[in-house]
Ligand binder design. Structure first.
Ligand code: PLP
Length: 443
């Protein structure tokens, strides 16, 4: 009997009781290898002593001070850290409590920026199909996952979507990466033209697509082309790095690997590593200056923004990643994970694609490899794999609707940055066995 409205009403969940390193243990004493960091959150694993010590220290000093009355040393230090490492042109951080809040704030910043510049006609948001930007109404409207949007569509603001840059599903046979990148980015230019130049305020994209399509990296110079289109059209580029950012792909920001910087960037998840709820919008100097010289404020705010405990967690997590040189481990363990996935699934009849960056990798499951035909969505393959993996003491992050929000299945892996080679081997073995348990196939 529970009084919580859980995510799923049917069924019972194990009760998490403790965690250390990359394991969670439940009240029955069962241990689970956290190969997905929850939902790509726990970048330092569980019970990291440097983070828990920083939280104890902050709690003993000050738990909460409302941001309309005070700033705090810990929030200032976190912002200093974030800006010191930010992409070119980013000058300030706006601290919130999670990814959806960050997206909502970024959308409002984009709109207020144009209002203050007198370009009040700029109101359209363009994003991509099969993206996820959060579940609050603005973020949900921005996201391009049909299944998530459908029941709430009458409540959603008008937004516009173009196809993502998704090589396995949309690159034509024989089409070069450069040609595909040009075609995929041209869809944005065409959409801006269709909506009317001067009416679009922002293009929103996950640099590496996370939950909805499963660790889909961009191809060729797609994002350099997107940057050029946004500049030419006077549209702000909002990169959503809530999942793929803060080191997950091997560089602190995923966009560093694309050679571009956004006007606004959202981060969360790995920022605080799950130790406290925290997110942020990183904003360009031009946006900050427009507010500073104009109205003098950003017309927004939340009770818990810049919460001292959340900032202490974020600061401790980010300092630990630097101090322990963990991005190097993301690179080497990411390459090892990719190799091991290739060995285990490269010839698997039901694994159509293995993709990702760093410690954000996924396998896409298909009924038929040559036609790329997905399994019948009614089979709920992704849910079965999750259950089979949990039975083998493995946490992975599977999702259905990979292709278009309705069909397709993938399994995402996003282990903590502290993962070891032995644990990578264990993760791939258990995942392989879990998938084969469900599909009744053995290598
Ligand atoms: N943006 C992306 C890319 C995400 O992956 C998520 C969450 O999965 C969000 C936004 C929303 O973040 P939150 O669940 O913290 O609101």
């Amino acid at each position: 009997m529970t009084h919580i409205l859980h995510r799923q009403i049917a069924g019972t969940l194990p009760v998490a009781a403790g965690g250390s390193g990359i394991e969670i243990v439940d009240t029955a004493g069962r241990r689970y290898l956290d190969a997905s960091g929850g939902a790509a959150v726990s970048c330092l694993g569980h019970g990291h002593p440097a983070v828990t010590a920083a939280l104890h220290e902050q709690l003993d000093k000050l738990a909460y001070a409302h941001t309309s009355f005070f700033t705090t040393e810990v929030a200032e230090k976190l912002a200093d850290r974030l800006i010191a490492d930010a992409p070119a042109g980013i000058s300030h951080a706006y601290l919130v409590s999670g990814g959806s809040e960050a997206i909502e704030a970024a959308l409002k910043m984009a709109r207020q920026y144009f209002v203050e510049r007198g370009e009040t006609g700029r109101r359209h948001v363009v994003a991509r199909r099969q993206s996820y930007h959060g579940n609050t109404l603005g973020a949900l409207a921005t996201g391009g996952n049909e299944w998530r949007r459908a029941p709430f569509s009458p409540l959603l603001i008008e937004t516009h979507h173009v196809d993502p840059c998704f090589a396995y599903r949309f690159q034509q046979p024989g089409e070069s990466d450069e040609a595909y990148a040009a075609r995929a980015s041209a869809a944005l230019d065409a959409k801006i033209e269709e909506l009317g130049p001067g009416s679009v305020m922002a293009f929103v994209a996950e640099t590496v697509v996370g939950a909805t399509a499963g660790a889909v990296p961009p191809v060729g110079d797609y994002f350099r082309r997107v940057r050029e289109i946004c500049d030419r059209r006077g549209v702000l580029l909002i990169l959503d790095e809530v999942m793929c950012g803060m080191g997950r792909t091997g560089t602190l920001h995923a966009c560093a690997q694309e050679g571009i910087a956004p006007d606004l960037m959202t981060i969360a998840k790995g920022l605080g590593g799950g130790y406290e709820p925290i997110g942020a919008v990183l904003l360009g100097r031009h946006i900050y200056e427009t507010f500073a010289k104009g109205s003098g404020f950003f017309q927004h705010g939340h009770t818990y923004m810049g919460h001292p405990l959340a900032c202490a967690a974020g600061l401790a997590v980010q300092e630990t990643i630097r101090h322990d040189d963990l991005l190097r481990n993301v690179g080497t363990m990411g390459a090892l994970l990719r190799r091991r996935l290739g060995e285990r699934f490269g010839n698997h009849p039901h694994v159509g694609d293995i993709r990702g960056r760093g410690l954000m990798q996924a396998v896409e499951l298909v009924e038929d490899r040559s036609s790329k035909a997905p399994f019948d969505p009614a089979f709920k393959l992704h849910a079965r794999v999750k259950k089979a993996a949990m039975a083998r003491g493995l946490m992975v992050y599977p999702m259905g609707g990979t292709i278009d929000g309705a069909s397709g299945d993938h399994v995402m892996l996003a282990p903590p940055f502290i993962v070891t080679p032995d644990q990578i081997g264990d993760i791939v073995d258990r995942l392989g066995n879990a998938i084969d348990d469900v599909l009744g196939w053995r290598p």
